[in-house]
Design a protein around this ligand. Structure first.
Ligand SMILES: Cc1ncc(COP(=O)(O)O)c(C=O)c1O
Length: 490
């Protein structure tokens, strides 16, 4: 039976104003995308009028199809302009040591990374079992790329203090089948910049491509450097860097659905493309994974870049840098909390040294006070941590964050660490993914308050359970829990 009040396909259409009202009602349950209190998922510059501009540009091109650039030259023009801007910002273009940089606009960081791996893989059709070398701090999208493309992943550990891979370990991980070496600028989890120049040199010496994942930092590090920050070389100025990804829907502050993948030259990009003429339909050539693509995100990104301009981004970077410093000070001021890394980009990441101060409880206490931070589970010798992605809109909130953090920490101490039943912890530590039965999953989910509907307000117990589980079991539990959420409504 279709629910006539909420179903997506009612028998009789609903007036436009009411539909929009209904969506606004649904949106009320979401975390706040604007206002500087959400430290993940969203990138808010806090610039008046920018949303309206991006929305208008998006709407004007939403029905344009990127499938065929000859049919919609507007889209091609805007894509080429975005690629040119990204290349110029990242050490490429006329007058640089990388004058022949080319690129493509993709739907996001993950697609850019998958395509970087595909290009590297398909450049070596002679290899039956291609491999990529990725520091464990590299984004999970590389593992996804490896999985989708059947490329083996050779992870390189990171130093528990610097949170960077040792160049010698990267070199040692190279094999004759390696098609790509990865460096992050910076890593998402901790916001630290890998030794790109050294890693690229090792890759070049072996004749292997080197991708710099600047999805997160590619649109901040260049401005921070211009403002005087000691940003090490990470872009096309570094010999041996063959491709770079930068997400415009992150720090270029464009609405979601747009990233740029750059290659040092067209020859390196060529194996990224897919063309097919062996069917009776239209001849198909796709530079990226999607075939039909909306022009909306591309037009919105173009409008955003043109409106903000270099001076706008520089101003926003200065504001963000100061916000990062203020948040880091707030962390330093709380007994028992410790910055996991000194901020060198736009991430603040901290851990707790005091067993009485449970980070996952702290995250819940912050949520209860309207501050949304991102917990990160302990992994491979690294402690659990809290991640803050800092954007310009956070700046006016910094002064409030310090007292809120202190108060949340005090409340977390009072509440004490999460204590799960010992038998549950033992189970989490010993279960294999294969041993999970539907009944067991349903029981676990019910016990943790997970199931249909929004996640519970307090996630500390869920995070504690996940943390107690080995990595493969964590993955399986996440799949099962999200599978419970993704159920059709009738
Ligand atoms: C360094 C880095 N690479 C890749 C990605 C993946 O980007 P997306 O979520 O747009 O697919 C992210 C996302 O946070 C990131 O920080």
């Amino acid at each position: 039976m279709i629910d006539e009040t909420t179903g997506a396909l009612p028998v009789e259409g609903v007036p436009a104003a009411r539909v929009l009202d209904e969506i606004r009602g649904l949106r009320a349950a979401d975390r706040p995308t604007h206002g500087g209190r959400l430290f993940a998922y969203v990138y808010d510059p806090g610039v008046a009028g920018l949303d309206e501009l991006a929305q208008a540009a998006h709407a004007g091109s939403a029905h344009v199809n990127g499938l065929d650039p000859t049919a919609f030259p507007s889209l091609l023009a805007m894509e080429n302009a975005l690629v040119g801007a990204a290349a110029r910002l990242l050490g490429g273009g006329p007058g640089t040591s990388a004058p022949d940089v080319v690129g493509s606009v993709t739907s996001g960081g993950t697609e850019s990374l998958i395509l970087a791996v595909k290009a590297a893989r398909d450049a070596r059709p002679d290899l039956a079992e291609p491999r990529i070398v990725v520091p464990v701090s590299g984004h999970a999208a590389f593992a996804k790329a490896a999985h989708y493309l059947r490329v083996a992943l050779d992870p390189v550990p990171v130093d528990p203090v610097t949170l960077r891979p040792a160049v010698a370990d990267v070199a040692a991980a190279l094999r004759p089948e390696t098609v790509l070496v990865v460096a992050s600028a910076p890593s998402y989890a901790h916001g630290v910049i890998d030794p790109v120049a050294e890693i690229a040199a090792v890759a070049a010496a072996a004749g292997v491509r080197c991708h710099v994942d600047a999805c997160f930092g590619g649109w901040t590090l260049p401005w921070l450097r211009r403002l005087g920050a000691p940003v090490p070389p990470f872009d096309f100025a570094v010999p041996g860097v063959t491709s770079i990804s930068v997400d415009l829907h992150k720090y270029a502050y464009a609405p979601k659905g747009v990233s740029v993948l750059l290659h040092r030259d067209a020859g390196l990009r060529a194996p990224q493309f897919f063309a097919y003429a062996d069917w009776p339909g239209y001849t198909m050539v796709n530079p990226v994974i999607a075939s039909t693509r909306s022009g909306g995100p591309i037009a919105a990104a173009y409008a955003t870049l043109r409106h903000l301009g270099e001076d706008g981004y520089l101003r926003l970077a200065a504001v963000t840098r100061d916000a990062v410093a203020g948040l880091a000070d707030a962390v330093r001021a709380v007994d028992g909390l410790r910055l996991l890394a000194e901020p060198e980009s736009t991430v603040v990441c901290f851990t707790a040294d005091d067993p009485e101060l449970d980070l996952f409880v702290l995250v819940d206490e912050l949520t209860a006070r309207g501050w949304h931070t991102q917990p990160q589970l302990a992994y491979g010798g690294l402690p659990a941590s809290v991640h803050l992605t800092v954007t310009a809109a956070v700046a006016p909130r910094v002064a409030e964050f310090g007292p809120a953090l202190a108060e949340a920490a005090a409340a977390a101490r009072t509440a004490g660490p999460v204590v799960l039943p010992p038998e549950l912890l033992a189970l989490a530590g010993s279960l294999t993914p294969e041993a999970l039965t539907p009944d067991l999953i349903a029981g676990l989910a019910a016990g943790l308050g997970l199931g249909a509907g929004p996640a519970p307000d307090r996630m500390a117990a869920v995070n504690t359970l996940l943390q107690a589980a080995p990595v493969r079991l964590r993955e399986r539990l996440l799949v099962e829990f999200v599978g419970l959420l993704q159920r059709p409504t009738w």
